[in-house]
Design a protein around this ligand. Structure first.
Ligand code: 0GY
Length: 305
C-alpha cells in the first residue's frame, strides 16, 4: 500500500463549518466539489502537481447534509490524473444524488465512455492551468471533444482570465456546451467593465457557455473579513459574480469547491460560502435558478421540472 505525504503547506479543509444563516432552497446542488482518495484506496496519480490531504466521499456527503444541500457534481481533481475511480466510486455511493465530471485521454474508447456515462459522468474537464497540469495539445482535446459529444456531455473549462484571449477561438470550435470554472478567474482588483472580464461576458453571450460563480475565497483579495456585517465576506468578488448571475440567470451554477485544493492563505468556512450566495443572487428567483433549476437541467434533465 502506498502512503502519501501532503504537499508542504497544504491546508486541510475547515474542520467545523458554521451552519449557514442563509437557508438553501430545497433541492440545491453543489455543482463543483472534489474527492481526494483516500490515497490508500485510490492512489494519487504519478503525474500530479500536488499531493492533497485525503478527503473522501463520506466527508463530502457529511458537508452536503450539514449545509442543507441535496446533490453534488464531483469534478475529477488533477491529483488523480485520468484515473477516475475515486470520483466514480463517490458518484455511485451517492445513489443518484451525484454526477461526475471526468478527465480522459484521447485514446479513451467508446466502451469506456459509455461505462462512465452509466456511472453518472456527464462531462469532461479541460484544464489549462500550468500549475495544475502539463498542457495538452489542442488536437488531443479536439479528439476527446468529438468522442464525448454524442453522449450529450459537456466540457468544463478551467483557465486563467488572461488566457481567454488565446483560447476562445479554440473553445468556439468545441461541439458541446461549455462550463467555465470559477468565472474564468477574474482579477477582482480590475474594474468590472475592464477588458478581461468584458471578454468573459462576451464569450459567454456568444457561445453555449455556462459559468460557475464559485470560489470567492480563491479570487478575493480582501479575503474573508466581514466588511459590513458578518455574512459579507469576500466583498470584492460580489460585483463580478452578481454581474454574471444577472446577465445569464439561466446559465449560472454554484459550488463549494470543497475540499479547496491549493489554498495557501486561509481555508474558507463552507457555511460562510453559502452565506455569500444571497449577495451574488439577491432574489429568490435568481437563487432558485442558480442552485436548483440550472444544475438540474444540466445534470439531471430527466428530473428537472
Ligand atoms: C479547483 C481549483 C484548483 C484545483 C483543481 O483539479 C484540481 O487540482 O481544480 C486550483 O488549484 O485552482 O477547482 O478545485
Amino acid at each position: 500500500m502506498t502512503t502519501f505525504t501532503k504537499s508542504e503547506g497544504w491546508l486541510d479543509w475547515y474542520p467545523n463549518p458554521s451552519k449557514p444563516r442563509f437557508t438553501l432552497p430545497a433541492g440545491a446542488v453543489d455543482a463543483h466539489c472534489h474527492v481526494f482518495g483516500p490515497g490508500a484506496e485510490f492512489p494519487y496519480a504519478p503525474e500530479r502537481k500536488y499531493t492533497p490531504c485525503d478527503a473522501g466521499k463520506n466527508q463530502l456527503f457529511a458537508l452536503r447534509d450539514h449545509l442543507g444541500l441535496e446533490r453534488n457534481v464531483i469534478v475529477q481533481a488533477t491529483c488523480h490524473g485520468a484515473d477516475n475511480r475515486a470520483m466514480v466510486d463517490a458518484v455511485g455511493a451517492a445513489q443518484g444524488r451525484a454526477r461526475g465530471i471526468a478527465t480522459v485521454r484521447p485514446d479513451v474508447t467508446d466502451a469506456e465512455l459509455r461505462e462512465l456515462d452509466r456511472a453518472g459522468v456527464r462531462g469532461v474537464r479541460f484544464n489549462f492551468l500550468k500549475r495544475l497540469v502539463d498542457a495538452a495539445p489542442k488536437d488531443d482535446l479536439a479528439v476527446i471533444a468529438a468522442k464525448i459529444a454524442p453522449l450529450g456531455w459537456h466540457i468544463v473549462i478551467y483557465f486563467e482570465a488572461a488566457d481567454l484571449a488565446e483560447l476562445e477561438d479554440f473553445f468556439a470550435t468545441l461541439p458541446t456546451p461549455l462550463v467555465v470554472d470559477h468565472m474564468g478567474r477574474p482579477d477582482v482588483t480590475q474594474p468590472l467593465d475592464g477588458p478581461e472580464f468584458s471578454r468573459l461576458l462576451r464569450f459567454t453571450d456568444r457561445n453555449d457557455v455556462w459559468v460557475k460563480v464559485s470560489c470567492p475565497e480563491r479570487l478575493s483579495v480582501t479575503g474573508p473579513a466581514a466588511l459590513d456585517g458578518e455574512t459579507r465576506a469576500y466583498t470584492d468578488v460580489v460585483p463580478f459574480a452578481r454581474r454574471v448571475v444577472e446577465e445569464f440567470p439561466d446559465r449560472v451554477l454554484w459550488g463549494t469547491d470543497w475540499p479547496h485544493p491549493n489554498l495557501t492563505d486561509h481555508m474558507p468556512d463552507d457555511g460562510l460560502l453559502v452565506d455569500h450566495i444571497p449577495h451574488i443572487a439577491p432574489t429568490t428567483e435568481l437563487q432558485h435558478k442558480l442552485l436548483v433549476a440550472n444544475p438540474m437541467r444540466l445534470y439531471w434533465p430527466d428530473e428537472a421540472s
